[in-house]
Design a protein around this ligand. Sequence first.
Ligand code: NAI
Length: 328
Amino acid sequence: SPAPVKVAVTGAAGQICYSLLFRIASGELLGANQPVELRLLEITPALKALEGVVMELDDCAYSTLAGVEIGDDPNQVFDGVNLAMLVGARPRSKGMERSDLLEANGAIFTAQGKALNDHAADDVKILITGNPANTNALIAKSNAPDIPANRFNALTRLDHNRAKAQLAAKAGVSVNEVSNVTIWGNHSATQYPDAFNAKIGGKPAAEVINDRAWIENDFLPTVQKRGAAIIEARGASSAASAANATLEHMRDWVSGTPAGDWVSMAVPTDGSYGIAEGVVSGFPCVVKNGEYEIVQGLELDDFSRAKIDASVAELNEEREAVKSLGLI
Ligand code: NAI
């Protein structure tokens, strides 16, 4: 069988990874014929819990799991890695201001960006799930000058899947009928889930649903606030669905997107759709030969444009905040 692909995952003792690691190890990321070696990063106090997770990985006896290494030093854990899923982040604790949160995460993603720069394999692909994901990706990218900018993505796939599920439910069809969904902007409550370029059964979703008020007043806030609704119901933030989205984003980035469809990826802005360079924003993307491309030429009406601009304005504010903290 081929040489193992080295997959780094951070926050490995956390709740998302309790789902994610098992799915990667089982072959769901790269296929049943591709061995993977897991490189798991945690902070020192969580290493003991991580050892327990590794015991459970052993106990699955996955045929595709070629090895597991754990550690608290990104320079060692990221050595030679081909794929990196940066899930671990500092959650907002009581009394923490937004600037404290950006600073705490800034320190993490500065160090991890540098470590990837110095130690990752030349073909590395890096996906940031830990929040604030888009700006953490910007910080990591800015601290990794030797890695091409387009190797840094942030996760908007969970929002994408949430939007898909809501559209399918409203139309009374299977999710398999829903395609061409896009999440524009930030992975935050300002994100813009685009029902106007989405399709249901190959037809424009907004036409099939034929209820603009529902799109604006139900669909949008439901998708934007779904994370909070899950915390409210479950008493903990979305974990299995976040793991699923992280896996699907990376799988599609490696293996390609289906013909006729696209996926939502947060990628470094390049001027597409008039969104200036300098942030990491959600776009419709297709992947060919392991490289993503932003889908061009979609129409955006005034409503969509205003929503996208508002979310991009928030990304620009986050960038200015981390700039003033000296993180980029
Ligand atoms: P969690 O708190 O259960 O786990 C996070 C883990 O990261 C902890 O075990 C912690 O020790 C570890 N960690 C902290 N700093 C680290 C560092 N410097 N290096 C390595 N590990 C470190 O959190 P959970 O639920 O697994 O979520 C992880 C992140 O994903 C959070 O930031 C959360 O907000 C974010 N998230 C993002 C979503 C998205 O769609 N982009 C969706 C859901 C969650």
